[in-house]
Design a protein around this ligand. Structure first.
Ligand code: SF4
Length: 339
C-alpha cells in the first residue's frame, strides 16, 4: 500500500531519519502531499539559514570540450559547436560589474578541456578574489596539482555534477568515463580543501526513481555543501536531441527531498525549471532552494554554451524579483554562512 504523506509522517521522518522508501515516497507524492513537503522544506531552510537567499554570478568562459556526453551540445563530437573562450581582462570586467551590483560569489564555469592553462586560471581567480569576491569553480577534471594552485589563489568551492548515480547509465551518457572516478574526484577536491557541490541531471533517458534516491544518498555520503538538480532538456546536434524533457514537477519534489534529507546544503534554483515551468525558479524556492545564479556570460557567446538548447538566461532583476516573491531577503553567501 502506498504511504500517505501527512505532517505527522514528515515530522516522524525528520526526527527518526529517512529510509530509501521514504525518499521514494517523496518523489512520487501527490500534488496535495507535495504542498506539505514543500512547506516542511521551507521550514527547515528557514531554521538552518534564516529567510534569506543569495545571488551568485556565473560566467561560462570556455566551451571547448574533450568529452562527448550524449546530452550536451558542447560535446566533442558535435560538429556544429562553435568554440569560444574569454580572456583574463574580459573576465575581470565582468567580475567588477557583478561586484558593483552587490554580488559577492563569482562562479567560473567552463567545459572540460586544457584549452586554458592552470596558471592562467590561477591569475584570474587571484584577481577576482582581490575584488572581494568568493570564487567558485565548475571546470571539470584536471591535474590534481592544479587544485592547489587554484585553492591558494582563492577558489574555495568546486562543483562537479555526478549527473547520475546509476553506474551503467553514467557510462552510457558519458562515454569513456566511470562514475567511480567522478566520485573519487569529488573526494579529491575535498582533500584539497574545497567545499564541494554535486547533483543529478533529472530526466535522462533510462533513469529510474531508485537511482534518483541513490543520488540523494550519494550527496549525503559526500557531505556536499552544495546540492543541485537540473532537469534534462535536449540539446540540438546530440544523440538525445529528440528525447522528451525531464519532469520539472519531479524536480521540485527532488529539491524538497534534498532539503528535508540533507538540511544544511545550499540548493540553487536552476534555470532549467524556469525554462520548463511558469515561475519555475520561484517554485524551487518554495520547495526549499536558497540560491540563484545570474548568467553574466557575454550575450554574443552564451548561445554557444549549449548545455541545452534555447536556454533561459537568468538576469539580475529576475533573480531579485524571484527572491522577493518567495518572501526571502537577499543576502551574500558570506553573510548566509557567516564565513
Ligand atoms: S556536459 Fe560538460 S563534460 Fe560533458 S560534453 Fe558537455 S561540457 Fe563537456
Amino acid at each position: 500500500m502506498k504511504t500517505e504523506i501527512t505532517n505527522t509522517w514528515i515530522e516522524d521522518k525528520l526526527n527518526n531519519g529517512f529510509q530509501k522508501e521514504d525518499l521514494k515516497s517523496i518523489l512520487t507524492s501527490s500534488t496535495k502531499e507535495a504542498q506539505l513537503l514543500y512547506k516542511a522544506a521551507r521550514k527547515i531552510r528557514d531554521e538552518e539559514f534564516g529567510k534569506k537567499a543569495f545571488i551568485r554570478a556565473v560566467v561560462e568562459f570556455a566551451n571547448s570540450c574533450r568529452c562527448s556526453c550524449l546530452y550536451c551540445g558542447m560535446r566533442l563530437n558535435n560538429p556544429d559547436g562553435i568554440r569560444f573562450s574569454l580572456d583574463h581582462d574580459e573576465l575581470l570586467e565582468i567580475a567588477k560589474k557583478a561586484y558593483s551590483n552587490g554580488i559577492r560569489t563569482f562562479f567560473l564555469q567552463a567545459a572540460e578541456s586544457e584549452s586554458y592553462g592552470a596558471q592562467w586560471l590561477q591569475s584570474v581567480i587571484a584577481d577576482i578574489k582581490d575584488l572581494g569576491m568568493g570564487v567558485l569553480l565548475c571546470v571539470g577534471v584536471h591535474q590534481e596539482s592544479d587544485l592547489d594552485l587554484w585553492r591558494e589563489a582563492g577558489a574555495y568551492k568546486f562543483i562537479l555534477k555526478h549527473e547520475t548515480s546509476d553506474k551503467e547509465l553514467f557510462q552510457k551518457m558519458k562515454p569513456g568515463f566511470l562514475l567511480e572516478d567522478r566520485i573519487q574526484w569529488l573526494k579529491t577536491l575535498r582533500s584539497h580543501g574545497y567545499h564541494i557541490g554535486s547533483g543529478p541531471l533529472l530526466g535522462l533517458p533510462g533513469q529510474t526513481l531508485d537511482s534518483l534516491v541513490n543520488d540523494l544518498f550519494l550527496l549525503r555520503d559526500l557531505e556536499a555543501e552544495m546540492s543541485s538538480v537540473s532537469v534534462f532538456l535536449p540539446a540540438a546536434g546530440t544523440p538525445l536531441e529528440n528525447e522528451p524533457t525531464g519532469d520539472p514537477e519531479l524536480g521540485l519534489r527532488f529539491i524538497a527531498a534534498m532539503r528535508l534529507f540533507l538540511k544544511t546544503t545550499l540548493i540553487p534554483a536552476t534555470s532549467t525549471f524556469e525554462r520548463l515551468l511558469e515561475d519555475g525558479q520561484y517554485k524551487c524556492f518554495e520547495a526549499g532552494a536558497n540560491v540563484i545564479t545570474v548568467n553574466m556570460t557575454p550575450q554574443k557567446l552564451r548561445d554557444d554554451y549549449t548545455i541545452y538548447s534555447d536556454r533561459f538566461y537568468v538576469g539580475l532583476e529576475h533573480a531579485r524579483n524571484t527572491i522577493k516573491k518567495a518572501g526571502l531577503v537577499e543576502t551574500t553567501e558570506g553573510e548566509l554562512l557567516s564565513l
